[in-house]
Design a binder for this molecule. Structure first.
Ligand code: UDX
Ligand code: UDX
Length: 464
């Protein structure tokens, strides 16, 4: 089967970049990305490509090349579904905030809405692809909804989880470690659908990197991959606390451990805690699924990764307060970096939100600078946490446009995102602007401790 028309529902951090790269690599395929959020679609269509809603290195130039040629952004979901041979579902699947599985299970309401909309609109056979990360066996639910509409349309459901990391999305999409495609291997139609998707990716990905499996393996592989990655971060973060007590340096330990080729060097950087839309959500999901099958030991084992991460964020903030003579009330504290990692404007589950919240509870005055995150987003993150009123968040937090402005007259600085530009700052100048003693808390192991101490900072770095 030759695919001519692709539709993607959800113009977010995954749908947007993924479809842009498919459009670039498959000029003969028309790709339409739809979203119910009108503002977001308007931003994707902004004549100034630098204003697209997602910041990813290299993304705006691809959008510039392909937009309105074979890449389209629209709010007309029905039309795009109707025209497409292949539909990617890339809507968000947040952790449930209500009912059974609250705080643990993935909320599948948007996925189900998409399925119902596809069922209502489709007039010819479609391949429907789960791009969103989903609990194991969601494909079965999707198929049930689609097959029970009685209009004779045939659907093939594939699972094609995304492994891109934000900040390097374009690079990851262009040369992925692997592409995973799960489908109904048992049936002829299932194999054909998988082949159609394999052919899309084969336009630029070497065939040996495209893996086909049954649907359940594919769905579970995504949760497992994220759980393994997050587990490495929690493991090194657990060791970072021990390093602080013993005088070992966590970077040296990580290097020594990572040089064992069986362990490998990646994802061993101690930090103030992992964030992002995936790690916590996917592990909670895994834990919830294990509990559902009554696998208590399995559930407890993976839950510990989250417990450690929460501990790391809290311990960092508590350490700040303790170091500053057990009180930060009325003290100005500069937060450098709000995004959950560098090179993205995404703030979901960012450690900075939790550290700021802790310090606000201690009545500190917070000033934030992040190179890519908007003021609106910062307030909305704090409001969403719900610890205090919107007014109190706006009173307690000021957002500024440079690191120097943030640190002026501050008692302390917390570096919470590893933006490259923070390494290049004139730290002597910053020190001179601050109240003394001037505290510098490095949650990312970004800065060189020795020179900071020489300048005069009271310096603390995770795991040092
Ligand atoms: C994705 C996946 O969907 C998630 O499961 C995965 O684990 C991480 O990546 P992401 O692209 O980061 O999520 O989400 P987001 O940036 O929130 O984009 C989702 C988009 O879907 C939003 O723009 C939202 O408006 C849109 N949406 C949601 C719809 O168009 N229709 C809906 O019914 C629901
Ligand atoms: C992750 C997975 O890497 C990706 O494959 C999947 O598709 C989505 O989830 P992402 O969340 O975008 O990607 O970023 P990632 O680079 O994995 O970082 C997650 C968090 O862990 C960040 O807050 C990062 O700062 C933190 N981290 C990462 C560490 O603290 N230490 C490390 O060594 C690595």
């Amino acid at each position: 089967m030759k695919i001519k028309n692709i539709c993607c529902i959800g113009a977010g951090y995954v749908g947007g970049p993924t479809m842009a790269v498919i459009a670039e690599k498959c000029p003969g395929v028309k790709v339409t990305v739809v979203d119910i959020n009108e503002k977001r679609i308007k931003q994707w269509n902004d004549p100034d490509v630098e204003k697209i809603p997602i910041y990813e290195p290299g993304l705006s130039s691809i959008v510039k090349e392909t937009r309105d040629k074979n890449l389209f952004f629209s709010t007309d979901v029905d039309k795009a579904i109707d025209e497409a041979d292949m539909i990617f579902i890339s809507v968000n699947t947040p952790t449930k905030t209500y009912g059974i599985g609250k705080g643990m299970a993935a909320d599948l309401k948007y996925i189900e809405l998409c399925a119902r909309q596809i069922a209502a609109v489709a007039k010819n056979d479609k391949i429907v692809i789960e791009k969103s990360t989903l609990p194991v066996r969601t494909a079965a639910a999707l198929k049930n909804i689609l097959d029970n509409t009685g209009n004779g349309v045939k659907y093939q459901i594939l699972s094609n989880p995304e492994f891109l990391a934000e900040g390097t999305a374009v690079e990851d999409l262009k040369s992925p470690d692997r592409v995973l495609i799960g489908g109904d291997i048992e049936s002829e139609e299932g194999r054909e659908a998988m082949e159609a998707l394999v052919n899309i990716y084969a336009s630029w990905v070497p065939k040996e990197k495209i893996l086909t499996t049954n649907v359940w393996s594919s769905e579970l592989s995504k949760l497992t991959a994220n759980a393994f990655l997050a587990q490495r971060v929690s493991s090194i973060n657990a060791i970072s606390e021990l390093c602080e007590k013993t005088g070992a340096d966590v970077n040296e330990v990580a290097k020594a451990v990572g040089m064992d080729s069986r362990v490998g060097p990646k994802f061993l950087k101690a930090s103030v805690g992992f964030g992002g839309s995936c790690f916590q959500k996917d592990i909670l999901n895994l834990v919830y699924i294990a509990r559902t099958y009554n696998l208590q030991e399995v559930a407890d084992y993976w839950e510990q990764v989250i417990i450690m991460n929460d501990h790391q964020k809290r311990r960092f903030a508590a350490n700040m307060v303790q170091t500053m003579y057990n009180t930060v009330a009325g003290k100005k504290i500069a937060i450098l970096g709000w995004a959950f990692k560098k090179d993205t404007n995404d703030t979901r589950e960012s450690a900075a939100i939790y550290v700021a919240d802790y310090l606000l509870n201690e009545q500190a005055e917070i000033v934030v600078y992040d190179p890519k995150v908007t003021e609106e987003q910062i307030y909305s993150d704090l409001d969403y946490l719900g610890s205090r009123s919107g007014d109190a968040n706006r009173k307690g937090v000021t957002v500024v446009k440079s690191s120097y402005e943030a640190c002026d007259n501050a008692h302390a600085i917390a570096v919470l995102t590893e933006w490259d530009e923070f390494k290049q700052l004139d730290w002597k100048k910053i020190y001179d602007q601050m109240l003394k003693p001037a505290f510098l808390f490095d949650g990312r192991r970004l800065l060189e401790p020795k020179t900071k101490k020489e300048i005069g900072f009271e310096f603390y770095a995770i795991g040092n």
